[in-house]
Write a new protein. Structure first.
Lengths: 242, 390
């Protein structure tokens, strides 16, 4: 079950199980406008479209989306840190005991794996824009781009979508990614003298460091439920596997 | 004697004139007005720093973060059912509506669909949380403009809606009722009849509010043409919900992207207003409460029977993948971007809340307005602090 949400980065428009002509067309116009800058894409038929562009084309992608494809509505912009958390899930179980052990080793063991539409770097920015205001013709697209490890900077979107201002400030303070050309990158949520970037995976959640959350106990299988939970093995075996 | 008095008088007048000249010069230097973080017009701890020139705002900068709780980080160390409790606290006036897009996104990744009855009841509570949320807005708007009466009506009638929610979910503000694959419980006996009576009351309330506001000259004078947002600017800043519809953008996710809710099967209308001012935003929300109450009525009549829970594994592990689902919440578009690695907890959960975008327009919108209009505009944009700060 649940195989309709394939995450293989290469599984794109080449092998459509279901076809989604509207989104195929959309992707075609993105490809036409961006050329080689469009690195990868993914279509979830009937649901969504992902487009990954190169870092240099991040600003241009916004212009293409707004002016050529008429996606004038800016939904959000944020970032992802793909590094596996060196602290586990901070829960009280076998997989999470690494909290007390050597954290660095655990992080090395788990490989970094980017999600839909692939990627090469630890940080990725992603944003969503949509075409609205025309009943019966509403669509949205999620745009992604890698953030180079050495500079940790991508072009700003504020010149295209004014609403990106606050979102970029948030991404800047939460992930430490800077946006070149942004009118004023300063803290939006955190106090001015805050150190660190909280949403990075290597930023510890202090309350969990002090006391692991016993939440894992809640989802332990009941003894009398052998095969009842369909498609699921026992909690222990899956825990070890991951 | 008289000559001296005259001279003194002249000196006095000259000094006064000099003083007033100094005063005039001082005034042109401008001043900084700090509104909040504790201010009744901000519904919480939003601070606005406004640079004034006389009575006019030169620039205004909203400062958020006084209530930032770091939900996105907290969600990374919680299982999906636990997150459900946490996200109830984002928009605390329409809590159930917060749960819906998250549950739908998780269901999309898991490939589960809730049974029809659960979908219908979900839609009903979704609309009831809209009513309980927007009723408060309709009353509150009056308070911001100096009319206290509507607030009492609002609190009185919201109580009936909250009672109905409480009878089913056990929680007045935080129902925590939605589950992956369905709902926690079915409706109790006799609830439907009472709900229909409450919806009748809600419509009466709307009539009352309409009578109070629409004929009030002061209300018109203070809201018409105040804080006008053109459609193009609204889209650039990502304004959604009633704020966008009040600028003439004909867009409602309930109609255009009805993911997992039964809105297409109901008979209702999307209201827009061409003006884009504070009055339009008020008017659109008033109509939305009416439409929502009609929707709840229709759901009460057409509620299918059957189970309320799909077959769901006891241990909820969401398969690896990414999903984005957004719904038309009381405050606007609310969505969740789940990145899962097949674990008990999401790898990353991006919460897109409506108020964050709705308030980000204020630096643009408040430029050049008069001080009393700051309050009108903030009230008409309608935000919940938990929805900005997350």
């Amino acid at each position: 079950m649940a195989d309709d949400t394939t995450t293989a980065p290469e599984a794109t428009e080449e092998e459509p199980v279901e076809t989604d002509e509207a989104r195929e067309q959309l992707l075609a116009s993105f490809t036409e406008a961006l050329g080689d800058s469009l690195v990868d894409s993914h279509i979830l038929p009937g649901k969504d479209l992902w487009v990954r562009v190169s870092t240099e084309a991040w600003g241009e992608a916004a212009e293409v989306a707004r002016d050529r494809l008429r996606a004038r509505y800016f939904c959000f912009l944020s970032a992802i840190d793909w590094m596996p958390s060196p602290f586990g899930r901070s829960m009280d179980s076998e997989v999470d005991r690494i909290v007390s052990g050597d954290a660095a080793q655990a992080a090395e063991a788990a490989a970094m794996e980017q999600g839909v539409a692939g990627g090469e770097t630890r940080f990725q920015v992603f944003a969503r824009v949509a075409h609205v205001g025309e009943p019966g013709n509403f669509w949205g697209v999620t745009l992604k781009a890698d953030v180079p490890e050495d500079t940790l900077a991508v072009p700003t979107w504020t010149k295209v979508y004014a609403g990106a201002d606050w979102h970029e400030r948030e991404a800047w303070e939460m992930f430490g990614i800077s946006f070149t050309g942004h009118p004023g990158l300063r803290h939006i949520y955190l106090p001015g003298d805050f150190e660190g970037n909280p949403l990075r995976k290597d930023f510890p959640l202090l309350s969990r460091m002090v006391k692991p959350w016993p939440g894992i106990v809640d989802v332990e299988q009941f003894p009398d439920e052998g095969d009842d939970a369909e498609g699921e093995g026992s909690a222990d075996s899956e825990g070890d596997a991951s | 004697m008289t000559a001296v008095t005259d001279r003194q008088k002249l000196q006095y007048i000259a000094a006064k004139a000099a003083d007033s000249r100094v005063n005039v010069e001082l005034e042109t230097e401008g001043m900084t007005l700090n509104i909040g973080p504790q201010h009744p017009a901000t519904h919480g701890t939003l601070r606005i720093v406004a640079r004034l020139d006389g009575e006019q705002v030169v620039s205004a900068e909203p400062i958020a973060g006084y209530m930032h709780r770091g939900k996105e980080k907290l969600c990374e160390v919680r299982t999906y059912p636990q997150i459900n409790t946490l996200i109830n606290r984002i928009d605390w006036l329409g809590s159930f509506a917060n749960e819906v897009p998250f549950i739908l996104a998780a269901e999309q990744l898991m490939g589960i669909e809730a049974p029809p009855r659960a979908q219908w009841i979900r839609t009903m509570f979704f609309e009831m949380s809209r009513i309980s949320n927007l009723i408060l807005f309709l009353g509150d708007m009056g308070v911001q403009l100096g009319a206290v009466t509507p607030a009492f009506y609002a609190f009185r009638d919201r109580e009936f809606v909250l009672n109905q929610i409480e009878r089913v979910t056990g929680g007045r503000f935080h129902p925590n009722f939605d589950r992956i694959g369905g709902l926690k419980d079915d409706l109790p006996k006799g609830w439907i009849v009472d709900t229909k009576a409450v919806m009748e009351r809600v419509r009466d309330f709307c009539d009352e509010i309409e009578e109070l506001f629409m004929n009030a000259e002061i209300f018109s004078a203070r809201t018409r043409g105040i804080g006008v947002i053109p459609a193009d600017v609204a889209m650039q800043y990502g304004l959604s919900g009633a704020n966008a519809r009040a600028s003439g953008i004909d867009w409602d996710l309930r109609r255009d992207a009805p993911s997992g809710l039964v809105h297409p099967e109901l008979d209702w209308k999307v209201w827009t207003h061409p003006d884009g001012d504070s009055f339009a935003r008020f008017w659109v929300r008033l109509q939305e409460v009416r439409e929502a109450s009609k929707m709840v009525d229709q759901i009460c009549d057409g509620l299918p029977s059957g189970p309320i829970m799909a077959k769901v594994p006891r241990i909820i592990k969401v398969p690896a993948g990414e999903a984005w689902v957004s719904t038309e919440n009381p405050l606007g578009e609310m969505g969740y971007y789940i990145v899962s690695k097949g674990d008990l907890t999401p790898f990353r959960l991006k919460i897109r809340s409506a108020s964050f975008n709705n308030v980000s327009i204020t630096p643009w919108l408040l430029r050049g307005v008069y001080v009393p209009d700051i309050i009108t505009i903030l009230a008409s944009l309608y935000f919940i602090l938990g929805d900005i700060d997350r």
